[in-house]
Design a protein around this ligand. Structure first.
Ligand SMILES: [Zn+2]
Ligand SMILES: [Zn+2]
Length: 305
């Protein structure tokens, strides 16, 4: 059993390497912007796949998309690998695609953990309607913690702003701009108000889907972008689910075949699958290869592109 599993892992690694080297050839030579996959996982607590969270890192700053469970520990792991912008105390700007728990249960972690180790400035968080209420409720839930850390006896009284959050509710269009990035939100099709985000930096364009059924808006947001990061599920995996989930997924998620069709129209230089479900990574890769011949990878936590 053990050797069979190893063989599958090795085979999967080979496939991953082959596809990854195809994408290396596509990467702009002087790329300064990087994508760090902090969490590629799903609601299930897979220890190897943290909850959905992605970082776009450019010119000394990091921009997070979603804060699934484990986000701060994965940021620390990326920092330990040499990505200094992901030092937890430097995390300042985050965008959330939608308010499902698997994308947001790391929110309190993102608010409080960096503060307890020295973040001095408030977070800036952008997301759909409801993000302000979620923020207020989390801060209220931790009022005892905040009070004891900031009272005259508290260990955070020297930087009392570090747990504050400026929550911004957004709609479609340009929602954020600074000297590094312009971020454009586009509506996606999920079970609630939801957005994908396009990041334009001086050297790259990156589009991230969040959870969604295939949409024309995603194709339009990419249109030959450098990187498209998109969710996917294989039909073979879906066949193992309950009928209620299959009905939900048909309306609000994307199959590998649908993603291949979408990406064939969107034409990203590199397609990264994240927040994916398959019977195995090998099954995901072989299923994608049936439908799609352009460069793609099945993302893994802490991969850098
Ligand atoms: Zn969702
Ligand atoms: Zn999700």
């Amino acid at each position: 059993m053990r050797s069979a599993l190893s063989a599958i892992a090795f085979c999967s690694l080979l496939l991953h390497s082959a596809v990854a080297s195809a994408q290396e050839a596509q990467k702009p030579a002087a790329s300064k912007t990087i994508v760090v996959l902090l969490g590629t996982g799903n609601p299930g607590p897979d220890p190897d796949r943290s909850g959905p969270a992605t970082a776009i890192v450019v010119n000394g700053s990091a921009y997070l998309v979603d804060f699934g469970p484990g986000v701060v520990r994965r940021a620390q792991a990326a920092f330990d690998k040499g990505i200094k912008e992901l030092q937890p105390t430097r995390l300042r700007v985050a965008f959330v695609t939608h308010l499902h728990s698997d994308h947001t249960v790391g929110y309190s972690d993102l608010i409080f953990t960096p503060w307890t180790i020295g973040r001095r400035f408030p977070l800036e968080v952008y997301g759909p309607k409801g993000i302000k209420d979620m923020t207020d409720h989390i801060l209220a839930a931790y009022s005892v913690d905040i009070a004891t850390r900031t009272n005259p006896d508290g260990n955070q009284r020297g930087f009392p702003e570090g747990h504050n959050v400026n929550a911004h509710e957004v709609g479609p269009g340009v929602i954020y701009r600074d000297s590094n990035v312009t971020v454009t939100a586009f509506p996606t099709k999920h079970a609630m108000e939801s957005y994908g985000y396009r990041f334009d930096t001086p050297d790259r364009s990156i589009v991230i889907s969040g959870d969604t059924n295939p949409t024309q808006a995603t194709i339009d947001a990419c249109r030959g972008c450098d990187v498209l990061i998109h969710e996917a599920e294989t039909p073979a995996w879906l066949a193992t689910r309950l009928e209620t989930f299959r009905r939900f997924a048909a309306k609000y998620h994307t199959t590998t075949g649908e993603l291949a069709e979408l990406a064939s129209k969107a034409k990203p230089r590199l397609l990264i699958l994240y927040h994916y479900n398959g019977l195995s990574n090998e099954e995901l890769v072989t299923d994608m290869l049936k439908h799609y011949s352009r460069p793609f990878v099945v993302g893994r936590d802490l991969d850098v592109y």
